[in-house]
Design a protein around this ligand. Sequence first.
Ligand SMILES: [Zn+2]
Ligand SMILES: [Zn+2]
Length: 213
Amino acid sequence: MLKYCPTCNRSSEDVHFIGEFCELCIKEKLAKSLPSGVTLEVCKSCGRIKTREGYFNSNKEAIADAVSSSVGGKWKIAIKEFDWKHATVTFKQEYGDEWVKIDKEIEVKVKKPMCIDCYRQTSGYYEAILQIRGPDSKVESTMAKLMKFISVRNTFTSRVDELENGYDIYLSDKKVANAFFEYYELKPGRSYSLYGLKNGKELYRNIYILRLE
Ligand SMILES: [Zn+2]
Ligand SMILES: [Zn+2]
């Protein structure tokens, strides 16, 4: 049956219809809710981009997520083109039983705060000290494993002291230290040192000592 769009009077012979309205009018209506621009947060120190899951290296997925979190709602997003000033974005939304797809060029603005990891790194932040002791070869191989382990997990060492019989490593994240012990089935000794008070609560740093044989 031939339909006529109540808004523009186009016929279903000429354009595709979704329900009672022609696709063009539906797109026009939905396009009104699309943003004309987006602001991305990019760390001024490491260049990673803020997404809903934290900071990630800038790539198409991270940018899509950052755009998507500022648009919100029902839109699914893919980035077609991107140059830090403009982005051509494909917005997709389920409408009726169909997917409506709209390509739109939006303006890109960039804010440059410092991410929490860079902030901590520059301020010498650490949560745990790992002391590795033992024969040279064991210490060095454990050290190499540790450095690799923490670098792929976006954490850092704020200080490494080389000693005669090992290392003291100041780690930004005690959870990663514990993950390392678990992964390599290591059983370090554990102690704590009080380093401050916050709202009357005592703050402790973890100290791990790993004795290798
Ligand atoms: Zn229409
Ligand atoms: Zn950073």
